[in-house]
Design a protein around this ligand. Structure first.
Ligand code: DX5
Ligand code: ZN
Length: 242
């Protein structure tokens, strides 16, 4: 395992298959194959609570099973939930290496209060501290309609900023091209100290644009798991840029 995977700038883009499009009936084999034969750098685990996003997916029990099956794999948990802090300990206990949570629920709770996104509702710094206290790295995610200005003041305090390029909830959605502007703003604010991840609608056809925008971690679900296993290593390689 490489618990520090997101702490230093990688010398080549990291490719993070989202297991959301894997065959759940064969999940252990799917994950082992994409890491051991496909050449993926880590696994991206999409957790949805049916409140923040209109879907239900997976939770700590599944992370625990993956950790048992693949003791060394880096598990990047993307929580699309309204109350991330309550899931920090369960995912840490299950063996997660990293948790990314969203800025939007923190902003919703401060609406009308005149308070900043770091001082009301859930304090994003507090959640990041709780994640790090459990030995994991911490990421902050931003949805397509949310202005990039909402994260810039705190971006440098995270290990990773996740710029969503679809509205989260389902894999297989079309990439939103306007999303490509945000990584440039984030990079300008944080330099190379922070990983910039993009997630949603990414495939071989647009991966270069995503990398050129400054992203160094690319998530892909349907582009990877939507092709036969024999073709997945080729997709990973094209996502990375050869
Ligand atoms: C958003 C999730 C993504 C998504 C990616 O709903 O966070 O990880 O499922 O799926 P693709 O790559 O198929 O757009
Ligand atoms: Zn995701």
């Amino acid at each position: 395992m490489a618990p520090d995977l997101f702490r230093t700038a990688p010398d080549r883009p990291l490719i993070a298959p989202s297991i959301l499009s894997a065959d759940f009936a064969a999940l252990g084999e799917e994950c082992a194959h994409i890491i051991e034969k496909g050449g993926a750098d880590l696994l991206h685990v999409d957790v949805m609570d049916g409140h923040f996003v209109p879907n239900l997916t997976m939770g700590p029990a599944l992370v625990r099973s993956l950790r048992g099956r693949l003791p060394r794999v880096f598990l990047d948990v993307h929580v699309m939930v309204t109350d991330p802090i309550q899931y920090v300990d369960p995912f840490a206990d299950a063996g997660a290496n990293h948790i990314t949570f969203h800025i939007e629920p923190a902003m919703d709770r401060r609406a009308g209060t005149g308070m900043s996104p770091v001082s009301h509702g859930y304090d994003v710094r507090e959640v990041a501290a709780a994640i790090r206290a459990r030995g994991m790295t911490a990421g902050l995610a931003i949805n397509p309609p949310t202005p990039v200005e909402s994260i810039l003041p705190v971006a440098g305090e995270f290990d990773l900023i996740l710029v969503m390029s679809v509205n989260p909830g389902f894999s297989g959605q079309a990439f939103i091209p306007e999303s490509l502007k945000k990584p440039e703003w984030v990079r300008a604010a944080v330099g190379d100290r922070v990983r910039v991840q993009m997630d949603g609608g990414i495939g071989p056809a647009n991966a270069q644009a995503v990398r050129t925008a400054g992203c160094d971690v690319l998530v892909a679900a349907s582009a990877v798991f939507g092709v036969p296993r024999a073709e997945r290593a080729g997709v990973i390689s094209r996502l990375r840029g050869g």
